[in-house]
Design a protein around this ligand. Structure first.
Ligand SMILES: [Zn+2]
Ligand SMILES: [Zn+2]
Length: 391
């Protein structure tokens, strides 16, 4: 049996807002070229699956029918619909936007079905993770919310509890809003403070609706938080609440725009730290959810030196053939990247194991990251019977 399923088709490159838009299909193209050159597609532990765009009924499990009709209308007429976030600077209208968005949804829903059935333990959709889309509006480069659709499919298949872990530099506001009042879904988002970055939400005091207190968890980190302190924040919050919640499946979003080279954000999280975080989520899925793990892509706009490295590593992690830190990147891939982009890609996969200090080492009130961690723990931990101050 394969351990992991990778959802991929070149058709996924048609999610394209046009020249100059940060969400360039090249990020997926360069990732899949690296996945191929690393030999991952030849691994017996990895299967590759393709999908057609999702039917309206599937898209409408997390979106209003009126919104889906509006996306089709805008795509056909080319007319903006700013009240629904369509035809904006972030989400320009393009002719195949409904099909492109619905294909991402189908891939993430397939991933959810594949892990729930037990046919594979893990499933990866690097083209997914469109976490900003709302029930009734596009937002932040996201047309349809495939991440929410994967969570909803797990619920519809019978899961009582699903944990969603969002590592993107931006707050996972769309997924949070869709499940705000649903006690069956724990959303945990670790992101750059909304006072300093789009979409402006994700404050530690936001912990879920009245019927679901404690099931929204937000860690809002200051600009320039580095990889070691980002891992410290993850470790101080994510495993504790996920263990208490006890999910039957984990859906994670691996937007890699927290890297210091990313042009859209101000965090400074190395490739090594992001690889470590993926390993932690994987380990957590085995510990608490019988291995059921759906891993999605997300943001990431340093398309040569960050995105392919982080996401190829994610695929390898899910296939149980993790790449060693500092691995020499294949010469053939580096050559392809030079030809395609004119840029000189990284020679190695990071520099080594990321270093970090656990929360149990003690709280430093003069450290702004520690204050951010404590704020989240104070707001959320008591609802789970956990001690905000100590592990
Ligand atoms: Zn992002
Ligand atoms: Zn595994």
């Amino acid at each position: 049996m394969c351990v992991a399923r990778l959802l991929w088709s070149p058709e996924l490159l048609r999610y394209d807002f046009g020249p100059g838009h940060p969400m360039a299909p090249a990020r997926l193209d360069l990732t899949m070229r690296l996945v191929a050159e690393l030999g991952l597609l030849d691994q017996p532990s990895l299967e590759v699956g393709d999908v057609d765009p999702a039917d309206d009924a599937v898209v409408q499990t997390v979106h209003d029918p009126e919104y889906v009709a509006a996306v089709r209308r805008a795509a056909t007429t080319g007319q903006p619909d700013p009240a629904r976030g369509l035809g904006t600077e972030d989400d320009p209208v393009f002719a195949t936007m409904h099909e492109a968005g619905a294909r991402l949804v189908a891939a993430s829903v397939d991933a959810a079905e594949s892990v729930w059935s037990g046919r594979v333990a893990h499933a990866v959709n690097v083209a997914g993770g469109m976490h900003h889309a709302r029930r009734g509006a596009a937002s932040g480069f996201c047309i349809y919310n495939d991440a929410a659709a994967a969570v909803q499919r797990l619920l519809d298949l019978g899961a009582d509890r699903v944990a969603y872990v969002d590592l993107d530099a931006h707050h996972g506001d769309g997924v949070e809003s869709i499940f705000w009042d649903d006690p069956r879904v724990l959303t945990v988002s670790v992101h750059q403070d909304g006072h300093t970055l789009f979409p402006g939400t994700g404050n530690p005091a936001d912990i879920g609706g009245t019927a679901a207190q404690g099931t929204a968890v937000n860690v809002a980190l200051p600009p320039r938080t580095d990889g070691g302190r980002w891992l410290r924040a993850l470790d101080a919050v994510v495993p504790a609440v996920v263990r208490e919640f006890g999910p039957q499946a984990i859906v994670s979003q691996h937007g890699c725009d927290a890297h210091g080279n990313d042009p859209l954000t101000d965090l400074d999280v190395s490739v090594d730290a992001q690889r470590t975080a993926a390993r932690w989520v994987h380990d957590l899925a085995h510990e608490v959810a019988r291995g059921r793990w759906v891993a999605l892509g997300g943001g990431g706009y340093a398309v040569v030196d960050v995105v392919p490295l982080v996401w190829a590593s994610l695929v390898a992690e899910a296939a149980h053939v993790p790449l060693p830190p500092g691995l020499q990147l294949p010469a053939a891939w580096r050559h392809e990247v030079e030809e395609l982009s004119g840029l000189d890609p990284a020679e190695r996969l990071g520099t080594g194991e990321a270093e970090w200090r656990p929360w149990s080492d003690g709280y430093d009130p003069s450290d702004d990251v520690d204050r951010a961690i404590l704020a989240t723990r104070r707001h959320v931990f008591p609802t789970w019977g956990l001690d905000p101050y100590r592990d």
